[in-house]
Design a protein around this ligand. Structure first.
Ligand code: NAD
Length: 556
């Protein structure tokens, strides 16, 4: 239950412990994970129900949050709550294999799929931006993106720098909910990081959390420290307060020698990217007062930012887009070479997607970190032969502090996810883990997203914008026994640019959970293997053969 009740903003945290107040653990899990998303240690702006990623919300408004909480509190094992863009709109009689919650967030008809229309509807209180795991209640704080970022920088190191970032300097920007993971992901891979962020409070927060090592006083100071650390091959991260649209071109002008350049400001939403010449203190008022003018200025700044990134690519740096639509906004502003550097998925992640590999995560509903330590050991027992995975699990255990309910993430592929799910359910059944686990994932996964500037950029068959796949993924998870399933629009890269789906399934130690988990955790990644095989990726066809996934168009 929330710590306080009332109609407006208040502090909420997930209930903990082994006793539930809801009728079943799937309902209790949804209730705890919704609250957990808004825990002040987890969410970026909990008072506004914003979890991460600009304005990604967990519920439409506080009255909706209260009604969702109330319904989950007495929802039957044969009932399903419908959530339309963060607002509970209906409860239907279904059956015990059906999800307890079905969620659709921010979806709009094609011709209306733009920020202007979205904001108009949002202003009328008719919709909500759900990002990916904000509106689907499986955000676990910065660890989620840390793991994905660790994977990405690991792949950059493998491809370009002989397996380690030691002795290299990475420049990036943005230390928000997602971007805050970048400095630690770089140092975990052995490199030096220089991170530009316009909001000093974000820098302080990441230093306090141990994700960022140092804060510099000025760009000069930052560059001096970063160059020294690179020379000495020290894995150190340095943050500096500046506008990226000024700092990145300035570093190019100075001829700074950078090895890797990327960006994770919230460029998916022009109102969430601070234009050059605007102070942080004036940001929100200005964006609300004159959104069109603000957008124009933000886009012009993004064009300057991207032009400098292209300059670094021309100078030989490894430059990639980190999934925030910065290139598209720069192109809209008239910068013709905006797409001269690739997105991170085609560059590094797609081979993993072909094997059904993606971000598998779980949270301990007990609130007890010992439960996560036990699952870490289980993962090492199951997959300890995989050095990259084992290194992550060990480092995460040592260096990642839990935010909200203790949680873990690692990338697992077809077959592995189902094996982990079964093992976790056995551990709950035997009492080795004190309360059930919520097992879910980001929507940034192999079969669950259509996003032509990110996950489905440059598909081999040109099917980047075909959005049937995430819809099939959500239907498959609904048909397979997931505890809650969501279909969202606009996550990651913004309104009009993506459709994606999520699922969360609860391991409560029962036989029914074991049967549901076996299906969901096999079928969910299988939709990704199928999607990539259908697009012509040989690696995915191989994965399908290996795991017995039928592909009718490939059968004689
Ligand atoms: P956020 O809103 O929490 O943080 C964005 C940060 O950028 C803020 O701290 C803000 O102060 C800073 N910023 C904005 N304009 C700036 C400027 N001009 N110069 C310097 N700093 C500036 O957003 P987030 O959750 O960190 O997400 C960042 C972006 O990454 C979003 O666009 C999101 O959609 C995208 N994203 C990418 C992935 C991925 O896997 N690659 C995953 C999720 C989200």
């Amino acid at each position: 239950m929330p710590e306080e009740t009332g109609p407006g903003p208040r502090t909420v945290r997930a209930p903990r412990g082994t006793a539930r107040s809801a009728k079943g653990w799937p309902q209790e899990a949804a209730l705890r994970m919704l609250h957990n998303n808004l825990d002040p240690d987890v969410a970026e702006h909990p008072d506004r129900l914003v979890v991460y990623g600009g304005t990604g919300r967990a519920a439409r408004d506080w009255p909706s949050f209260d009604r969702i909480t109330a319904v989950l509190g007495d929802l039957g094992d044969d009932e399903t709550l419908l959530v339309q863009s963060g607002r509970p709109v209906g409860v239907l009689t279904t059956h015990e294999w059906a999800p307890r919650v079905l969620i659709a967030n921010a979806n709009l008809v094609g011709d209306w799929s733009n920020w202007e229309e979205f904001r108009r509807l949002e202003g009328l209180g008719l919709t909500m931006y759900g990002q990916m795991t904000a509106g689907s209640w499986i955000y676990i704080g910065t660890q989620g993106i840390l793991q994905g970022t660790y994977e990405t920088f690991g792949a950059v190191a493998a491809e370009r720098f002989g397996g380690s970032l030691a002795g290299t300097l990475t420049l990036t920007a943005g230390l928000g909910g997602m971007g805050g993971a970048q400095p630690l992901a770089v140092t975990m891979n052995g490199g030096t990081a220089l991170v530009v962020e316009c909001d000093a409070t974000r820098i302080e927060r990441r230093v306090a959390q141990g994700y960022l090592d140092e804060a510099a006083d000025s760009l000069d100071d930052a560059l001096r420290r970063a160059e020294r650390a690179r020379r000495e091959r020290r894995a150190v991260s340095i943050g500096v307060q500046a506008n990226a649209a000024d700092a990145v071109p300035e570093l190019l002008r100075r001829g700074a020698r950078l090895d890797v350049v990327t960006d994770q400001t919230s460029a998916h939403d022009p109102l969430a990217y601070l234009p050059s010449g605007v102070g942080v203190a004036d940001w929100r008022d200005y964006a609300a007062r004159a959104p069109e003018e603000f957008t124009r200025r933000a886009r012009a700044s993004m064009a300057a930012h991207v032009e400098a990134m292209v300059g670094f690519a021309d100078a030989g740096a490894e430059v990639f887009d980190y999934g925030n639509a910065l290139r598209d906004e720069a192109r809209t502003a008239g910068y013709a070479r905006a797409f001269d550097y690739p997105g991170f998925v085609p560059a590094y992640i797609r081979p993993l997607f072909c094997q059904g590999k993606g971000p598998f995560r779980w949270a301990a509903l007990s609130g007890d970190p010992a439960d996560i330590a036990r699952t870490d050991r289980a993962v090492l027992d199951l997959f300890g032969d995989d050095d990259h995975l084992a290194r992550w699990i060990r480092m995460a255990g040592e260096r990642v502090s839990h935010q909200g309910l203790p949680a873990r993430i690692c990338w697992l592929g077809q077959g592995e996810r189902a094996a982990a799910g079964q093992r976790f359910n056995e551990l709950v059944a035997s009492g080795e883990i004190s309360a059930p686990l919520a097992i879910g994932r980001d929507h940034l996964d192999t079969g669950s997203v259509a996003s032509p500037y990110r996950e489905t950029e440059s598909m081999a068959d040109g099917s980047d914008a075909v959005a049937d796949w995430p819809l099939l993924n959500a239907l498959v998870n609904t048909a397979s026994g997931a505890s809650w399933v969501s279909i969202h629009h606009g996550g990651g890269v913004g309104i009009g640019r993506s459709l994606h789906a999520g699922q969360v399934s609860v391991a409560d130690g029962t036989d029914l959970a074991a049967r549901k988990l076996a299906r969901v955790l096999a079928n969910d990644p299988a939709t990704g293997v199928i999607r990539h095989a259908d697009a012509g990726y040989g690696q995915a066809e191989e994965a399908a053969r290996e795991h017995g996934i039928r592909l009718p168009m490939h059968e004689d």
